[in-house]
Design a protein around this ligand. Sequence first.
Ligand SMILES: Cc1ncc(COP(=O)(O)O)c(C=O)c1O
Length: 419
Amino acid sequence: MTHDFSRRKFLRNSLIAAGAAGAAVQAGGPAFAKEVVKAKATETTPKIINLGANTLSIGPAAPALTAIAAYAPISGGYEPTNTHEIVETLSSQLGAPADHFMMYPGSGTPLDLVVMAFTGPKGSLVTADPTYEQAWRTSQRSGAKLIKVPQRKDYSHDVEAMCAADTSTGMMYICNPNNPTGAITMRKDIEYAVKNMPKGCTLVVDEAYIHFSDNATSAIDLVAAGENVVVLRTFSKLYGMAGLRLGFAVASPANLAKMNGGSGRSQGIIAATTIGAGVASLKDPQLIATRKAMIKKQRTETIAWLEKKGHACSKSEANHFMVDVKRPGKDFQKDMATWGVNVGRTWVGYENWSRVSVGTEAEMTRFRDAFVAVAAGKLGPVEPMERRRRASLETRGATLQHASFFQDEQVDLMPLSHC
Ligand SMILES: Cc1ncc(COP(=O)(O)O)c(C=O)c1O
């Protein structure tokens, strides 16, 4: 497959494709040919869509936008803060005492903090493999031994093996549902981990995607019951607020203090507008149900479609899943991007699998059309970008923060990777 983006060749290819497909349709040809025609219809000015970061393009809910507009004009001073309001709201909705909640700009920040607080040269980090690798990278800074335990065949965390992996585990990390597979770890397994993890170990349950799941159960009640568990949540996923930066940790006051360097204050300041948007989202009675149903429908339909075409998919209850594209996922990602459809990356050991985020009906239609086109060896008109760098995070002499998009090398430290 060659990339040739000269307009003349592109037009010629389009005409050939349209002609061939048209002939096939006229002759009552294969369904495949009709799908190519459909794909060509979108190729003149394809809007780039992001199905690679597990975010929602629909953004914050309407009440959140109203709250931002209300808070912006009164944000001239440092006070008053509405942090108390969001903590009280979370406490009453999630059933843990208010002093067990700490707000952060996203959940990536407290994820770094738990690794730095609970792991080190004497306390290893035990995680599933594959999983969200941010903690792996942070463990390089804490000096902890990193132990990756392969997932079970059904993509769930192998908690028995994780508990038995080391006698001096400082922190066990369970991402539920997991990123990148979307697979869940059942309550009985979480309880097994609490009972059987090595003495002194802290269990961190990352519930970034739990709102999308039918069967995953939150571990927040275990925190409230006094178990050595920390739960992390974010507004970056179902709430569509990744750019507004809001997340929180639920932990005992003692564990929160450890995370915050002994202080009772969060290691991150959040804008009043963002907190206002968070409160408004939490108080919207329809928000979770509506978005969860939309994602579930699109996920179910897309996975069924892919499986019918012979592509195995992970068992997901999140807004993303892994699909076996049967060729290097990196190449698939680049080819899909030529149609303006940016899908996610591969994971080590799953080089022929691509992580696809689930979006709106229109976005998943674009995904299917692009999938059919690239499977037929056809590229779209969008110039491929070999690598995107997070320029906003660059400072002189600092390590570049590589976005996961087109990432083709191991990056040592990427604490702010949100993918
Ligand atoms: C499992 C998981 N945890 C945490 C994060 C961090 O997200 P944020 O800092 O935007 O809350 C992500 C982002 O993709 C994630 O996938």
